[in-house]
Design a protein around this ligand. Structure first.
Ligand SMILES: Cc1ncc(COP(=O)(O)O)c(C=O)c1O
Length: 394
C-alpha cells in the first residue's frame, strides 16, 4: 500500500523509548536538548507582534509565486552590507528570493529543482539530522562528507572529493553548522566553489544560525555573487526566534546563465504550492525588524550558558567542550566508556537530564554528547551540574 520512501523505522529506538517511559512516569526532566526558543523565557515584543499580524491586507488573496514583494524586499534588506564570500559586500535582489514555509520547504524546492530520482546531495557529517528525511522525501540520497576536528572543525576536502559520484548534484553546507557551531572559512568557500564549478554542482548553504557568532567579526554570507549556482537558505525560526511563523526563504545567486533559468523553474514550483500564508508574509518585514532585541537576549543567553559549562569543565577535564564559533549548541567530548546512546539513557534515568547522543547528528564515533545552549540559565545550570556530577562519578 505504501511507498518505499516512507519505510522508516517507526518503532522508538532505545533512547526514545526510555524518554517516553520517563515522561509516562511523570518524572522530572531537565531538558538540555530544548532548542525551541518559544519555550525558553525570551521577552517577545508581544504587542508589536500582534500589531504586525493585525493587517486588513490579510483579507485579500493576491498571491505571488516567489512570495509577496514587500516581504522579499525586507529579506533583501536583511542581507544589505553583509560581507559576501565572493565579493566585498553582498547585495541581494528581491527578484532572486523565494519565500517558503520554513527552511524545510526551501530544501524540498531546491532538491526538486536540481535532482532526479536517485541523485545525490553531499551533506556534512556531523550535521542536522533532518537532512536524511528531507532528502528521502525528495527521492534522493544524502551522501555524507566528513568534517574533522583538530582544535576546531573544518571540512575534510579529500573526504568530500571522495564522496562525489556521477550522481552528485549539490554540496550542502551549514554555516554555522548545527551542532558543531563551525563557520565555513573563506578558504573553504573558495575551494568548494572550485570543486562545484568543475563538477556542475550547486552549493546549498543553510545560514539559519548566521547571526549567532561567538566573536565580533561579521561572518560572510553565501548569498552574494558567486561563481557557482548557489542557494542560500534561512528564515525567521532562528533569526527572530519565531519558528511557529513558518517563514523561510532561499536566495538564488551565481552565474546568470544558471541563476535565471533556476528562478524561472522555481517560480513554477512556488506557484504550484503558494504555501506561505498571506498574514505571515504581510508581517514578515516587522518580524524581521524585531530581531535586534531578541538576538541580543539570545546572545547573552548563549554566552552565559557557555560560560557556565566552561567553568564546570575547565581545560584538562575528562569532559571537553569542543571549540565552536557560533550557533545554539555545544558539543561535549566525553569518556566513551559506553555508547553515546547508553550514556544518554543513563543520564536520563539516573539524573533526569536529557542530552542528545552524538549519533543523532551522525558523529563518526562514540564519545560525543550535544547540548542546546538556549534554555533559561537556572534550568541549564542545574542540568549541567548534574551532567558534571555524572561524569565525575563515572
Ligand atoms: C541547520 C538547520 N536548518 C534549518 C532548521 C529549521 O528551519 P525551519 O524552522 O525554518 O524549517 C534548523 C532547525 O533546527 C536547523 O538546525
Amino acid at each position: 500500500m505504501f511507498a518505499s520512501r516512507t519505510d522508516w523505522r517507526l518503532e522508538p529506538n532505545r533512547f526514545a523509548a526510555a524518554l517516553e517511559e520517563h515522561r509516562r512516569l511523570g518524572k522530572p526532566l531537565l531538558d538540555l536538548t530544548n532548542s525551541n526558543p518559544t519555550t525558553c523565557g525570551f521577552s517577545y515584543p508581544e504587542e508589536r507582534l500582534f500589531a504586525a499580524l493585525n493587517n486588513r491586507g490579510a483579507l485579500r488573496y493576491e498571491p505571488e509565486s516567489q512570495g509577496l514583494r514587500h516581504a522579499r524586499e525586507a529579506i533583501a534588506n536583511y542581507y544589505r552590507g553583509r560581507p559576501g564570500f565572493f565579493g566585498a559586500e553582498s547585495s541581494v535582489d528581491a527578484a532572486r528570493i523565494v519565500i517558503t514555509s520554513g527552511t524545510s520547504e526551501a530544501y524540498n524546492f531546491v532538491f526538486r529543482l536540481l535532482c532526479d530520482v536517485g541523485d545525490e546531495v553531499l551533506v556534512p557529517a556531523p550535521s542536522y539530522p533532518l537532512f536524511e528525511y528531507l532528502a528521502g522525501l525528495a527521492d534522493i540520497h544524502p551522501v555524507p562528507y566528513p568534517l574533522i576536528y583538530d582544535r576546531g572543525w573544518q571540512i575534510d576536502i579529500p573526504g568530500l572529493l571522495s564522496a562525489l559520484t556521477r550522481r552528485s548534484k549539490a554540496v550542502m553546507v551549514v554555516h554555522p553548522n548545527n551542532p558543531t557551531g563551525s563557520f565555513i572559512k573563506a578558504e573553504e568557500a573558495h575551494k568548494l566553489a572550485d570543486i562545484c564549478a568543475g563538477g556542475d554542482l550547486a552549493i546549498i548553504a543553510d545560514e539559519v544560525f548566521l547571526d549567532y557568532v561567538d566573536g565580533t567579526e561579521q561572518p560572510s554570507t553565501f548569498a552574494s555573487d558567486s561563481p557557482v549556482l548557489t542557494f542560500t537558505l534561512s528564515g525567521l525560526s532562528k533569526i527572530s526566534l519565531l519558528p511557529q511563523m513558518k517563514l523561510g526563504w532561499m536566495i538564488v545567486s551565481g552565474p546568470a546563465a544558471l541563476a535565471e533559468p533556476a528562478m524561472q523553474r522555481l517560480e513554477v514550483i512556488g506557484d504550484t504550492y503558494l504555501s506561505p500564508s498571506t498574514p505571515g508574509q504581510l508581517a514578515l518585514a516587522e518580524m524581521l525588524a524585531m530581531r535586534g532585541t531578541l538576538q541580543t537576549e539570545m546572545r547573552q543567553r548563549l554566552r552565559s550558558n557557555l560560560g557556565f559549562l566552561d567553568a564546570l569543565f575547565p581545560r584538562g577535564s575528562s569532559v571537553e567542550r569542543l571549540k565552536r564559533e557560533g550557533g545554539w549548541y555545544a558539543v561535549l567530548r566525553v569518556p566513551a566508556a559506553s555508547s553515546d546512546e547508553d550514556l544518554a539513557i543513563e543520564l536520563l534515568e539516573r539524573c533526569d537530564v536529557l542530552v542528545h547522543p552524538g549519533h543523532f547528528f551522525d558523529f563518526s564515533r562514540d564519545g560525543y554528547l550535544v547540548v542546546s545552549l538556549i534554555m533559561c540559565e537556572a534550568e541549564f545550570q542545574e542540568g549541567a551540574r548534574r551532567f558534571h556530577d555524572f561524569f565525575r562519578r563515572a
